[in-house]
Design a protein around this ligand. Structure first.
Ligand code: TYD
Ligand code: MG
Length: 459
C-alpha cells in the first residue's frame, strides 16, 4: 500500500508544494494553494496502464510520415472550424475554457448536433432533462446525439465502449471524478488525473474529445491552466456579460496557428456565427458626431472594422481628471494622452476622458493608436470627422505615426464597407486597393489632413 502524501497544489498553474503559502512561487498568484493528497503509486500505475494501451511506435524517416491521417474534420460550425484551422483532428483533445454562463455548453451542444456521426455529451453538471430542454431550444435533438448525465470517470469510459461515439464532450472536466484517485472532486489531482485518462482514450480510439473547463477568478476550482500541457488545443470563449458578442480564440493549438478569431452572437436560439463582424459593429453608427473614428483593426488574420468613441468633459474644480477605457488598454490610453499633451499641446490635462470601443470588442493591438488619438482630438475640437474616413497606425512617444502589419488587408476591408479615405502611416507600403490613401508622418500631419484644430492648452 503506497503512502499518501499531503501536498499543496496551486489551483491556477498546478505547481505542487510540500507546505502551504499565501502566494504560489511558481505563477505568482495569491491564495491559490489548496490542500490535496497525492498518491505516488496511483499516479505511476495509472500512467503505466495508459501507456500499456498504446502500441509501441517505431522510428521512421520524417518524409515517410503519413499526414493524411491527422487531417481535421469539419465541425459543421464555420466559426469553430476557423479557429481550429478546419475542424477537429481525430484523437485530439481540446479544452474549452471560459467563465460560467459565457455559453460553452451551448456551443458544444450545437457542435454535437452538427456532427454527421454518433456523438456523446457527458453532462457532469446538469441533469439529462436540463440538457434535453436546452437541446430543444437549440434545435439540437438528433437521433445520434447521445446523452450521459454522469460524474464518475469509469462509468463514462464504459459508455464510450458501449456507444463507440465519433465525438465526445465532457462538460465539465472539473465535475468529473475518478474514485481511484482518492482526492476531492475539482482538485488538481482529480482534474489532471481524469484529463490524462481521457487523453489516452482519445488517442486509443482516434476520436476527438472536447473538455469543458470553467475559469474562476477566485481559484476555487482547479483552473484550466493545470491542463494546458496535457491537451492538444486550448480554446478560450470570452464575452462581456451585457453584450451578445462572444469571441473564440485558441491559446494553444498543436495542429495550426493560434491567430484566428471566431465570432458568435448569443441569441434566443443559441449561438449564431458572425461571418461579417465589421458590418455588425458599424450597423448602429451615427455619422457627424465629434469623437468618433472608425479603425480597421486586426484580430489575428481577421480584419475588423470597429468604431472608437471618445467623450471629453472639462474637470470641475480641483478634482483629478477621470480616465475610462472600455475595450481598450487603460495604460495605452494614458500614454497616448501624454503624447497628445506634449506633441500637439492639446488641452487633455484638465479633461475627463471616456474612451470606448463599440460592440463589446477589446482592441489590444497598437494599430488602433492613431484612431484613438484622432477620436480624442475630434472630441476636444468638437469637430466630427468626415463620414467615410478610417485611420490606423501606431503612435510613438515622439508623436510619430509608425507602420503596422497587414495594411492591405485593413484597407481592403475598409473599401469593402464603403470607406473612401484612409489616414495611414507615412511609410505604409503601397497597396492595390481602391481607397484614397493619405500618408501622415506625425499627429500634427494627421490633424491637418482632417482639418482638426484644437486650442492649445493654457498651462
Ligand atoms: P451556457 O451554455 O449554459 O454557458 P456555460 O456552459 O459557459 O456556463 O449558456 C449560458 C447563458 O446563455 C445563459 O445565461 C442563457 C444564455 N442562452 C441564451 O441566451 N440563448 C440560448 O439559446 C441558450 C441555450 C442560452
Ligand atoms: Mg455549462
Amino acid at each position: 500500500m503506497a503512502r499518501l502524501k499531503l501536498v499543496y497544489n496551486c489551483s491556477d498553474c498546478g505547481a505542487s508544494f510540500p507546505k502551504w503559502a499565501g502566494r504560489c512561487t511558481s505563477c505568482g498568484a495569491w491564495n491559490t494553494l489548496v490542500e490535496d493528497v497525492e498518491d505516488p503509486a496511483n499516479d505511476i500505475s495509472s500512467l503505466a496502464a495508459g501507456v500499456a494501451l498504446l502500441a509501441a511506435s517505431p522510428a521512421q524517416r520524417i518524409g515517410d510520415v503519413d499526414v493524411s491521417h491527422g487531417s481535421p474534420r469539419s465541425t459543421g460550425i464555420p466559426e469553430l472550424d476557423r479557429v481550429l484551422g478546419g475542424g477537429l483532428v481525430p484523437g485530439s483533445v481540446t479544452l474549452l475554457g471560459g467563465e460560467p454562463g459565457v455559453g460553452k455548453s451551448t456551443l458544444l451542444l450545437q457542435a454535437l448536433a452538427a456532427w454527421p456521426g454518433r456523438t456523446l455529451y457527458v453532462s457532469a453538471e446538469e441533469s439529462a432533462q436540463q440538457v434535453r430542454l436546452r437541446a430543444e431550444r437549440l434545435g439540437a435533438v438528433r437521433p445520434e446525439l447521445w446523452l450521459l448525465a454522469e460524474t464518475v470517470l469509469p462509468h463514462v469510459l464504459a459508455a464510450l465502449d458501449e456507444l463507440q461515439p465519433e465525438l465526445v464532450i465532457i462538460d465539465s472536466i472539473q465535475t468529473l471524478v475518478d474514485p481511484e484517485l482518492g482526492s476531492a472532486p475539482g482538485s488538481v489531482v482529480q482534474v489532471r488525473g481524469c484529463a490524462h485518462k481521457l487523453v489516452m482514450e482519445a488517442k486509443r480510439r482516434n476520436v476527438p474529445v472536447i473538455l469543458v473547463g470553467h475559469v474562476t477568478k477566485e481559484g476555487g476550482l482547479a483552473g484550466p491552466r493545470v491542463l494546458e500541457h496535457v491537451v492538444d488545443t486550448v480554446l478560450q470563449f470570452e464575452g462581456e456579460r451585457h453584450h451578445a458578442l462572444r469571441l473564440l480564440r485558441a491559446s494553444k493549438h498543436r495542429f495550426g496557428p493560434t491567430t484566428e478569431l471566431g465570432l458568435f452572437e448569443m441569441i434566443e436560439a443559441g449561438l449564431h456565427g458572425v461571418p461579417d463582424p465589421s458590418a455588425l459593429f458599424l450597423a448602429d453608427r451615427q455619422t457627424g458626431i465629434a469623437g468618433s473614428v472608425v479603425v480597421p483593426t486586426l484580430e489575428g488574420q481577421r480584419p475588423l472594422m470597429v468604431e472608437v468613441q471618445v467623450l471629453v468633459n472639462e474637470v470641475k474644480g480641483e478634482a483629478p481628471p477621470r480616465r475610462s477605457a472600455q475595450g481598450l488598454d487603460p495604460g495605452r490610453l494614458a500614454m497616448l494622452l501624454a503624447v497628445l499633451d506634449q506633441r500637439t499641446k492639446s488641452p487633455v490635462g484638465k479633461r475627463d476622458v471616456y474612451a470606448s470601443v463599440v460592440g463589446g470588442v477589446r482592441i489590444t493591438e497598437p494599430g488602433a493608436d492613431l484612431g484613438l488619438c484622432l477620436a480624442i482630438l475630434s472630441a476636444l475640437a468638437n469637430t466630427p470627422l468626415p463620414p467615410h474616413v478610417v485611420a490606423f497606425g501606431e503612435v510613438g512617444l515622439g508623436g510619430e505615426i509608425r507602420q503596422v502589419p497587414h495594411a492591405s488587408r485593413r484597407l481592403a476591408e475598409a473599401a469593402r464597407l464603403g470607406f473612401t479615405r484612409a489616414i495611414v502611416p507615412a511609410k505604409s507600403p503601397d497597396v492595390d486597393v481602391s481607397i484614397g490613401v493619405e500618408r501622415v508622418a506625425n499627429l500634427r500631419d494627421a490633424m491637418r489632413a482632417l482639418g482638426l484644430t484644437v486650442a492649445p492648452s493654457d498651462r
